[in-house]
Design a protein around this ligand. Structure first.
Ligand SMILES: NC(=O)c1ccc[n+]([C@@H]2O[C@H](COP(=O)([O-])OP(=O)(O)OC[C@H]3O[C@@H](n4cnc5c(N)ncnc54)[C@H](O)[C@@H]3O)[C@@H](O)[C@H]2O)c1
Length: 361
């Protein structure tokens, strides 16, 4: 039985949250998940992703439709459940949208976090794993990127919300040594659960490479647009560190284990594979393992895009005892299985037909 029993997962109905919930349940944790469905699918019974997570694991999840901006609602959940640790995924994450609607992003991501931390403190819960991002590093000064690389020189609002939160966590842990927090800087999560039952199905517009690739392979979108072919990389396209979402999920269990054994106050870890893969290489692997054809359209670079980024993962290996197990082929195969088993994603909420009896509904 793990030392931390009850884990509150914010954003649990989302892509990474739902995969992490599966791994948490399999590791013996009890999960209380919350989500407001701003970027995940809702049906009559709540979250189809979490219902399928229950099916995969044969275990129950306590779920609340709740918004982190609604403090009384979140407070009531903490009143009801003794929470040992929070994994905080809930955030808005679209870079383009964040540039058009900065206040929405600052309100949701920063105020959501502030509310959560205040409620945790008032319930004597000081343990947290936070979803950060490699975006906090900005343009790399060296590769691979270590956790000591400077942060803050970021070109988009979304990335700045992650950076500001990390700064806030530094101040908090310096002021009060009760806090015990791990900030995980994810590189590029892709793939899906190998069952094909859960995967990535955002409700907002998305530009992430893998879902787009799959939509093109399915014939739902005509071409995959590749931004930039003149980067200083071997084939001229951008290089990223893609990590299988199930490896990412096991990184969270490793983080919980460390928090439950050691009072570290605040630590930051990169979660990536440590290997860079170019857009062209990813497309080639995807075509090979799926036997699907992906037409490409090459256009100019996007403003603010970074040419190459991959992680130094030695700290996570040393201190969390964690490293990735899954290959780029498995990322593509598993994502394709999810996409072909669920070409339209999760079943969407249908409006219940109103039944009229004797003139009364
Ligand atoms: N997917 C990536 O490429 C990536 C990379 C680095 C970091 N991250 C971070 O990881 C976390 C999870 O990402 P994801 O890809 O699963 O995104 P996602 O959008 O699939 O999941 C986030 C979930 O949070 C919910 N949510 C947002 N605001 C909320 C609020 N105020 N109250 C309650 N629920 C709310 C959304 O409805 C969604 O279900 C995010 O914090 C994201 O910034 C993601």
């Amino acid at each position: 039985m793990p030392r931390f029993k009850n884990i509150l997962v914010t954003g649990g109905a989302g892509y990474i949250g739902s995969h992490c919930v599966v791994t948490l349940l399999e590791a013996g944790h009890e999960v209380i998940a919350i989500d407001n469905f701003t970027n995940s699918v809702e049906d009559e019974d709540g979250s189809p992703a979490l219902q399928r997570a229950e099916k995969i694991t044969g275990k129950k999840i306590t779920f609340y439709k709740a918004d982190l901006l609604d403090k009384p609602q979140i407070n009531a959940i903490f009143d009801k459940h003794p929470v040992d640790c929070v994994i905080h995924f809930a955030a808005l994450k679209a870079v383009g949208e964040s540039m058009q609607q900065p206040l929405l992003y600052y309100q949701n991501n920063l105020l959501g976090m502030l509310n959560l931390l205040e409620i945790m403190r008032s319930h004597n819960c000081y343990q947290m794993v936070f979803s950060s991002s490699c975006t906090v590093y900005g343009e790399p000064e060296h590769l691979p990127i270590t956790e000591t690389h400077p942060t803050g020189s970021i070109t988009n609002v979304y990335g700045r919300t992650k950076y500001f939160i990390e700064e806030m966590l530094k101040d908090l842990s310096a002021a009060d040594d009760k806090w015990n927090i791990i900030s995980l800087r994810y590189f590029n999560p892709v793939g899906a659960h190998p069952s094909g039952l859960i995967g990535e199905d955002p409700t907002k517009e998305f530009t992430n490479l893998m879902p787009f690739l799959a939509q093109v392979a399915l014939g739902k979108k005509p071409v995959l647009t590749v931004f930039g072919t003149d980067y200083n990389t071997p084939d001229g396209t951008g290089i990223r560190d893609y990590i299988h979402v199930m490896d990412l999920a096991s990184g969270h269990v490793a983080a919980l284990n460390l928090l439950s054994q050691t009072h570290i106050r605040l630590k930051v870890y990169n979660l990536g594979t440590g290997k860079g893969v170019s857009v062209k290489e990813l497309v080639n692997v995807f075509e090979r393992v799926t036997k699907a054809k992906v037409p490409l359209k090459y256009v100019d670079r996007r403003l603010g895009d970074i040419s190459a980024m991959w992680a130094d993962t030695s700290l996570a290996k040393e201190e969390l005892g964690w490293s990735t197990q899954l290959t780029i082929e498995e990322m593509c195969t598993d994502f394709w299985r999810w996409q072909t088993m669920n070409p339209d994603g999760y079943p969407k909420k249908t409006k219940k037909t109103e039944i009229v009896v004797n003139g009364k509904s």
